[in-house]
Design a protein around this ligand. Structure first.
Ligand SMILES: CC(C)(COP(=O)(O)OP(=O)(O)OC[C@H]1O[C@@H](n2cnc3c(N)ncnc32)[C@H](O)[C@@H]1OP(=O)(O)O)[C@@H](O)C(=O)NCCC(=O)NCCS
Length: 170
């Protein structure tokens, strides 16, 4: 039987249990950082969710968080195990790139335990030290700081228009 088309939409409050459930699975395996209920509510507007068909269960999440002038962070990328290998991870990253452009970001960066996945999608490794201080403010709140083992990567998603945005190669 043909699979329903993937559908990506913004999250609503009703999606909180699905978001938390999905991230919890991978956080337990230390593949992602944990997300608290409070942080999930605060960041709910950042989330895009993927389902197969409009009525399907949540099969994947990604979040795009504005961090600095010209810069957004891709976070919380997860595809439920039963739905992996169908291009949903790639579709979520592409949706995140579109969202970052809509926000006016020039660069989209991520901190990831699966750098090869992001490299395959065009992201380039960057030196963490070049990321804005605000990122470090979030990092120091993390239980794994300073040894989280994540790789910093970034993708150019728009054109710089001048201003005081922090430069991040590439
Ligand atoms: C990483 C993850 C999001 C990939 O999702 P997915 O839907 O299976 O990925 P896709 O089917 O869209 O794969 C796209 C491409 O990336 C490759 N890929 C998938 N997972 C990969 C990985 N872990 N490392 C390297 N490449 C990977 C695929 O082979 C595919 O390549 P192709 O286009 O050459 O065929 C998913 O495995 C996941 O949720 N993992 C657990 C949570 C996690 O690690 N999140 C990352 C945030 S730190």
């Amino acid at each position: 039987m043909k699979r329903p088309r993937p559908c990506i939409r913004p999250a609503t409050l009703a999606d909180l249990p699905a978001i938390l459930g999905l991230i919890r699975v991978y956080a337990k395996r230390e593949l992602m950082l944990p997300l608290s209920y409070g942080d999930a509510i605060d960041r709910l507007r950042d989330f895009l969710l993927l389902s197969e068909g409009r009525r399907g269960p949540v099969a994947g999440t990604v979040a795009v968080h504005p961090v600095w002038e010209g810069m957004a962070e891709l976070r919380s990328l997860a595809v439920a195990e039963a739905f992996q290998g169908r291009g949903h991870g790639r579709a979520l990253v592409q949706a995140a790139v579109q969202e970052a452009r809509r926000l006016g970001a020039v660069r989209l960066f991520t901190l990831s335990y699966v750098p090869d996945f992001f490299r395959r999608l065009g992201f380039k490794d960057v030196d963490r030290q070049t990321l804005p201080h605000k990122v470090w403010q979030d990092c120091v709140k993390c239980p794994k700081f300073p040894d989280c083992g994540e790789t910093a990567l970034a993708l150019r998603v728009g054109r710089a228009r001048g201003g005081s945005g922090t430069a991040v190669a590439p």
